[in-house]
Ligand binder design. Sequence first.
Ligand SMILES: [Zn+2]
Length: 215
Amino acid sequence: MEDSSSGDESPTFADWFTSLSGRSIYAKIPVTYFEDDFNLFEAHALPNFENLLEIVLEDDPPDDEMVEEPSAREALITFYEVVHQRYITSRAGLHEMFVRGEFGRCPRTLCHGEFVLPYGASTNPGQATYKLYCPHCQDVYFPPSRRHAKLDGVGFGPTFSHLLIMHYREKFPAFPPQGGRWDTFVPKVFGFRIHHSSSMACGRGQLRSRPNGYR
Ligand SMILES: [Zn+2]
């Protein structure tokens, strides 16, 4: 006989996933979200989709025996991450991530500790690692945490951070910042700006034009 006297909800697949190393930054996707096939559009392309979905929809989260096999464990992780990318662009997902709050601060000195947001350059698994996007300088950075640096960026994708900013516009810096310019570091030698013809005067604009610079 099941004991439901405590009133506590039993652990879910999302509880299992977010308890893994470095994965507390992910939203907890409700089980009901997995029940709507529309929400699983991208996940359909994954190998063994039907088996993975069956495990996710079970009452109990995966036990240790089930995820002992590394390939099975990785498949479950990828499944969650792919669905997560879509979930956090939903109204409920955006709200959960916004409430969750801090994901770090921009390492750029002239951003004065602006909060950064999760970012993944690709919508497909295994293409780009997890990065951090700064709404102030609008650049992308490697996360300082080793655990986070190894995460697959597919869990967040290229849309989420910008959609969150659009949704909670008043909480983020104006675009462009006040005065129409970003605070930009200007390299100088003995107090003089380096001439633009010098190779040392490579500006942020040129850096940004590098193809695949943030993969
Ligand atoms: Zn910044």
